[in-house]
Design a protein around this ligand. Structure first.
Ligand code: ARG
Ligand code: MN
Ligand code: MN
Ligand code: MN
Length: 297
């Protein structure tokens, strides 16, 4: 199979700098060898680069670095759509989680009825109104469902949006008050750490694959490294204790691979500046292996 590796060197959606170096860290951790070793014909598309914002705040708008986040995600959306047009699997590496806006908008150009499994300690479903920080990496889920600033929701087309009942969260443990309400109102499925503890990852991921995979055009996996416990992924800007173990996260991705419903994926929030010997990028590469079929023999 053909696969395109797309780096997005941006940290303007996050509160902590450095995650723009994530794509390089993931390449140094051996992503291309890993994927080539799995039999993929890998094309490294290089990085989409964010510039330093000229004015981080647009007048009267609470969103940080809006102009540049919109520009980068618009470019990413086109790139992902183009790669899929060529029959290649898009594997996006971040970068902060705001890049899910562009990735998902691009995938939606080809897969209108897309299911999503979103691994994250956070909800990332804030809008300008509910956000405690103004950081756009806390908003991509809202935007991809059609909620938020029109310059963000306009990327890839206003009508190209996700269905809330085909979206699943896994690993949640730090949801803002406004996010809890929105999640309830929209009826989105959330498997918090509590459900993972009680049901076990096998049951949780089987249910998630059903919700995101049955009757859809396929599943997109958005993997925020902070879904893992900080013991395994210390190099990420918004660490929350009590996360997924190394084996739980691999098991989940292996079972998604087995479902044969995966159409696109992204690994985000790898920040080498605050990491421990590139441990988090190495974890991301190992997870890519599991998601892309390393254990299917
Ligand atoms: N909920 C917080 C916020 O809106 C943190 C978001 C963290 N998001 C992430 N992709 N790491 O600012
Ligand atoms: Mn997160
Ligand atoms: Mn929080
Ligand atoms: Mn996130």
């Amino acid at each position: 199979a053909k696969l395109s590796l797309i780096g997005v060197a941006i940290d303007l959606g996050a509160g902590t700098p450095g995650v723009s170096l994530g794509p390089s860290a993931i390449r140094y951790a051996g992503a291309i060898d890993k994927l080539t070793g799995l039999g993929y014909e890998v094309k490294d598309e290089g990085n989409i680069m964010a510039n330093k914002p000229i004015s981080p705040k647009t007048d009267g708008i609470k969103l940080n670095n809006l102009d540049e986040v919109v520009r980068v995600n618009t470019e990413l959306c086109s790139k992902v759509a183009e790669v899929m047009q060529e029959g290649r699997f898009p594997l996006v590496m971040g970068g902060d989680h705001s890049i899910a806006i562009g990735t998902i908008a691009g995938v939606l150009q080809h897969k209108k009825n897309l299911g999503v499994i979103w691994f994250d300690a956070h909800g990332d479903i804030n809008t300008e109104e509910t956000s405690p920080s103004g950081n756009i990496h806390g908003m991509p889920v809202a935007v991809s469902m059609g909620y938020g600033h029109e310059r963000l929701t306009g990327i890839g087309g206003k009508d190209n949006k996700l269905q809330t009942d085909k979206f699943v969260f896994i690993g949640s443990r730090d949801l803002d008050a406004g996010e809890r309400k929105v999640l309830k109102d929209l009826g989105v499925t959330v498997f918090t750490m509590h459900e993972i503890d009680r049901l076990g990852m096998t049951e949780v991921i089987e249910r998630a694959i059903k919700i995101a995979g049955d009757g859809t055009d396929g599943i997109h996996v958005s993997f925020d490294m902070d879904s893992m416990d900080p013991i395994y992924a210390p190099g990420t800007g918004t660490r929350v204790p009590g996360g997924l173990t190394y084996r739980e996260s691999h098991l989940a991705l292996e079972m998604i691979a087995l479902s044969e419903k995966l159409v696109s994926a992204e690994f985000v929030e790898v920040n080498p500046i605050i990491d421990n010997n590139n441990q988090t990028a190495k974890a991301a590469v190992a997870l890519m292996g599991s998601l892309l079929g390393e254990w299917l023999i």
